[in-house]
Design a protein around this ligand. Structure first.
Ligand SMILES: CC(=O)SCCNC(=O)CCNC(=O)[C@H](O)C(C)(C)COP(=O)(O)OP(=O)(O)OC[C@H]1O[C@@H](n2cnc3c(N)ncnc32)[C@H](O)[C@@H]1OP(=O)(O)O
Ligand SMILES: O=C([O-])CC(=O)C(=O)O
Length: 435
């Protein structure tokens, strides 16, 4: 069946490069929520429509367990609370990637291997000169990670175990260097070479805050606090960025570019970018006189663009256990680091108001991991634009572990969702002069 060309086509005007352009308006198809799903299922046969994959399992995985109703999170079976209390970020990275906690000997060897790969190729270092000074560090990070695949071509084959191992170690070692450089770039400061006598977190802090603040004293409390936050972010099963890493990798793309794609997904304010957005939200409430009730009213009225950032979660219908740990430790960390108590108090008040409000209770909206972390990052001295970069540093071992699980799983197929087509039927081409 063919459709006749529309005699009159709706158009709209947009400003472009100083001119007004008139362009056809694509007729809005009924949104997915307006569709009669059971009718679609019967008419499309095989395809099940599941926008946002709320109920679609894309893989099996043995890495991370979440019980969203009970607020439970475990990496390889170990409760997040125990890892946060007793482990270190590199130990947790080993656990996620190799499936078991390392022995003391294995851990030493692992830490030492990573410490030998922190340097960036000089040409890649120059890469940072090309970005504008006010560039957001997240796309700088993803571009540089993507560029690793051009500099380290001996570690790109997803099916050669030694190459996967090398790209794993290179990524874990170099991401802190790239992250520190993306920070220095925005500060207009010179890039520091890594000092491999230091641990991963110490090295990262020195590259971020060292010279011109030399001699830079590395505060052990700062190191401990950042290490804890990295552990809390290390994996979270099939979240948006991890699913992206797996999807890109399912086409047999190498680990570097798959992780770069994950970084871009994480940048979004509904995902990792929420930690930056929370601080903007809190600052906005404070600057408008601390009127929490009015802000909450605007959220409940669903004013366009107004959400309680750092609240809500696809899986947790209970308190996010990571947010609980961050909240518990925020007071002492902020006291140690001299952070902004006023904003922490505001955040706690906001949480209290929300958790006693029917809107949030009925929808089971609780603080997620992004709600309190920004306050700590700020106290550490990072500008809010770096917050999601810090999330990416933490999430890296999870992305790597999930990519490796995917590539080694015989059940993996190229990720390729189907769709339910809602556009035109067949129609005949109309030459430009006749439209
Ligand atoms: C590390 C992470 O990625 S954690 C998440 C970080 N993101 C944020 O903090 C951003 C704010 N939160 C959100 O946008 C959402 O809660 C998400 C994206 C995390 C989860 O989204 P979904 O699972 O698709 O939930 P959905 O958007 O359908 O929300 C369900 C209901 O709760 C409401 N809701 C969800 N989150 C919020 C929020 N933060 N503020 C106000 N209302 C919210 C929705 O408007 C919807 O209401 P409705 O039933 O009246 O339409
Ligand atoms: O699991 C999710 O959807 C988001 C999240 O909390 C994370 O990635 O840490």
């Amino acid at each position: 069946m063919s459709e006749s060309p529309a005699a009159t086509r709706p158009t709209g005007t947009i400003s472009y490069d100083g001119s007004q352009l008139e362009l056809p308006v694509v007729p809005a198809t009924e949104g997915a929520s307006g569709l009669n799903i059971s009718k679609l299922l019967s008419t499309t046969g095989m395809v099940t429509l599941d926008p946002g994959y709320t109920n679609t399992g894309s893989t099996t995985s043995a890495i991370t367990y979440i019980d969203g109703d009970a607020g439970i999170l475990r990496y390889r079976g170990y409760p997040i609370e125990q890892l946060a209390e007793s482990s270190s970020f590199l130990e947790v990275s080993y656990l996620l990637i190799y499936g078991e906690l390392p022995t003391a000997e294995q851990l030493d060897a692992w830490v030492s291997r990573i410490s030998r790969h922190t340097l960036l190729h000089e040409d890649l270092k120059r890469f940072f000169d090309g970005f504008p000074r006010d560039a957001h560090p997240m796309p700088v990070l993803s571009s540089a990670v993507s560029a690793l695949s051009t500099f380290y071509q001996d570690s790109l084959d997803p099916f050669v175990a030694e190459q996967v191992e090398l790209s794993t170690v290179r990524l874990l070692a170099k991401l802190p260097t790239i992250a520190a450089y993306s920070h220095r770039k925005t500060m207009g400061q010179p890039l520091l070479y890594p000092d491999n006598s230091l641990g991963l977190v110490e090295n990262f802090l020195r590259m971020s805050f060292g010279f011109p603040v030399e001699p830079y004293e590395i505060d052990p409390k700062l190191v401990k606090a950042l290490d804890l936050l990295l552990i809390l972010h290390a994996d979270h099963e099939q979240n948006c960025s991890t699913s992206t890493v797996r999807l890109v990798g399912s086409a047999h793309a190498n680990l570097f570019v798959s992780v770069a794609a994950g970084i871009n997904a994480l940048f979004g304010p509904l995902h990792g970018g929420a930690n930056e957005a929370v601080l903007q939200m809190l600052g906005g409430i404070r600057d408008s006189g601390g009127d929490i009730a009015t802000f909450v009213r605007r959220v409940k009225d669903k004013e366009p663009g107004v959400k309680l950032m750092g609240f809500g979660h696809r899986v947790y219908k209970n308190y996010d256990p990571r947010a609980a740990i961050v909240k518990r430790t925020a007071d002492s960390i902020l006291a140690d680091l001299g952070g902004d108590d006023q904003l922490l108090d505001l955040a706690k008040q906001l949480e209290e108001v929300a958790l006693s409000d029917d809107y949030f209770i009925e929808r089971k909206l609780y603080p997620n991991v992004d709600f309190y972390t920004g306050l700590i990052y700020k106290a550490m001295g990072f500008p809010s634009r770096m917050f999601t970069v810090l999330f990416a540093l933490g999430r890296l071992p999870g992305w790597i572990a999930q990519w490796r699980e995917m590539i080694n799983d015989p059940a993996t197929k190229i990720g390729r969702p189907r769709q339910v087509y809602t556009g035109h039927g067949e129609r005949a081409f109309v030459p430009v002069g006749e439209r």
